[in-house]
Design a protein around this ligand. Structure first.
Ligand SMILES: Nc1nc2c(c(=O)[nH]1)N[C@H]1C(S)=C(S)[C@@H](COP(=O)(O)O)O[C@H]1N2
Ligand SMILES: [Mo]
Length: 209
């Protein structure tokens, strides 16, 4: 860190920085403002809404698959708030439209008592693990709209998972389904050293953080 010349007192600098820092910004993050970086391990798939399906399987009472139209018949739900990528950009006040994951889980008869973890998987093969508790209680969505418009393909359209209270790598684009499990099973990035939970406020970036 370089200090301006003449150097202000330590205390003054500290107060100025604390006052400048947006309280919505988790530690180690910066505000991406109007930009929305694309982070994809895969090539954007050519996936039409008519071919998109979403399955809830594993430890649920009645595993089932929804088509695009069936998913749209569920009650609409919206997320307004912030998102945080582990590569350190955050974005404030975004708006995702779709359906709460709670509605899909209810439609599958609900989790069985043994269900504790989920693996979210994409139509491309991407996977991410999450504690079941992080995708229930109104904290996760299947989203097909961004700012009132169809979700762009490079951002996961026709539909993606949105779990905004965790680092955004958990929010699988081109979402194909959730498998409920009684054990934790690392996904794509978690096998490559990333944290199993990924809470941005605790800076859970890498395994061991
Ligand atoms: N299928 C898939 N989903 C993914 C990714 C990916 O590479 N493939 N990247 C993750 C990461 S690291 C982030 S930060 C967000 C990025 O979403 P965006 O490209 O819409 O900004 O998607 C997440 N979901
Ligand atoms: Mo990310």
């Amino acid at each position: 860190m370089t200090s301006p010349s003449p150097a202000p007192t330590r205390g003054f600098t500290g107060r100025a920085r604390a006052a400048d820092r947006d309280p919505r910004l988790p530690p180690g993050q910066y505000d991406a403002r109007d930009t929305w970086p694309v982070l994809s391990a895969e090539v954007t798939p050519d996936l039409a809404a008519a071919d998109w399906t979403f399955r809830v399987g594993g430890l649920v009472a009645r595993p089932r698959t929804w088509t695009w139209d069936e998913a749209h018949a569920l009650p609409a739900s919206e997320y307004r708030g912030d998102i945080h990528c582990v590569t350190s950009w955050s974005k404030f006040g975004v708006r995702f439209g779709g359906v709460s994951l709670d509605a899909f889980l209810a439609g599958a008869g609900g989790p069985l008592p043994a269900a504790k973890h989920v693996v979210a998987y994409s139509h491309t093969g991407y996977t991410a693990n999450l504690p079941l508790a992080d995708v229930t209680g109104g904290r996760a969505w299947i989203a097909w709209e961004y700012d009132g418009a169809p979700l762009p393909p490079e951002h996961g359209g026709p539909a993606r998972l949105v779990v905004p209270h965790l680092y955004f790598w958990k929010s699988a684009k081109w979402i194909a389904g959730l498998e409920l499990l009684d054990h934790d099973e690392p996904g794509f990035w978690e096998k490559n050293g990333y944290h199993h939970r990924g809470d941005p406020w605790r800076e859970e970036r890498y395994a061991g953080d």
